[in-house]
Design a protein around this ligand. Structure first.
Ligand SMILES: Cc1cc2nc3c(=O)[nH]c(=O)nc-3n(C[C@H](O)[C@H](O)[C@H](O)COP(=O)(O)O)c2cc1C
Length: 206
């Protein structure tokens, strides 16, 4: 691939598949920007295989061909979308574990001025999407990244019926108590908008 392409990394963790679906939408949105190259990566699982339930085992099988993210992926990218399920109003341990391995990159300022955005999924409507997105931004500010969200020019943010994720802080979905409500069209489209926005801004800054 030619090096003057804008490089976008979509890196995520997903246990029951919802964030993975949002990740695909974010990648699709980024790919809409001409001359963009997108990598989709997942962070390592921390839960032992023997603890997987049936749904988790199925999702892990579905995601098995998505490569595990490396520090090189982060260095490679001009823009990065981070996706994590909400865990008690914060990012998942799996994503935090990955970010906590970026000390070396921080020391050499490798992520300074790269564009970043966040997407998440909760089971409940008010279960902490915004707190997850905002707190996920904190370590990225330490890295000197340029954080972007979704402006209200994306009019799908105004939609409240049916219940929908999506906020000015980033993309999101509401998966329901059984985590089995796949992202609805409104949420998917907002996720695409986030991906496109990260790629567009990264392109301008490259
Ligand atoms: C340990 C744990 C903590 C969670 N914390 C929250 C929470 O604070 N708020 C919420 O609405 N959902 C919470 N959830 C639900 C997940 O965030 C939700 O099911 C999400 O859609 C899962 O994304 P995934 O399908 O990509 O794994 C939690 C789930 C687990 C297992």
């Amino acid at each position: 691939m030619s090096s003057n392409r804008t490089k976008i990394l979509v890196v995520f963790y997903s246990m029951t598949g919802n964030v993975a679906k949002l990740a695909a939408a974010v990648a699709q949105g980024a790919n809409r920007v001409p001359d963009t190259e997108v990598r989709i990566r997942q962070v390592p699982e921390l839960i032992p295989k023997e603890k997987f339930n049936e749904v988790m085992a199925k999702v892990k099988q579905e995601l098995k061909d998505i490569p595990i993210a490396t520090m090189e992926d982060l260095e490679w990218a001009n823009g990065i979308a981070f996706g994590t399920p909400t865990r008690f109003g914060n990012m998942s341990a799996q994503m935090k574990n990955f970010i906590d391995q970026t000390g070396g990159l921080w020391q050499k300022g490798a992520l300074v001025n790269k564009v970043a955005g966040i997407f998440t999924s909760t089971s409940t409507q008010h279960g902490g999407q915004e707190s997850t997105i905002l707190t996920s931004m904190v370590p990225l500010f330490h890295h000197g990244m340029i954080l972007v969200g979704v402006p209200f020019s994306e009019t799908r943010l105004f939609s409240i019926d049916p219940v929908s994720g999506g906020s000015p802080y980033g993309a999101s979905s509401v998966s329901g108590p059984g985590a089995d409500r796949a992202p609805i069209e409104n949420e998917i489209e907002i996720a695409k908008t986030l991906g496109k926005r990260i790629a567009n801004i990264a392109k301008k800054l490259v």
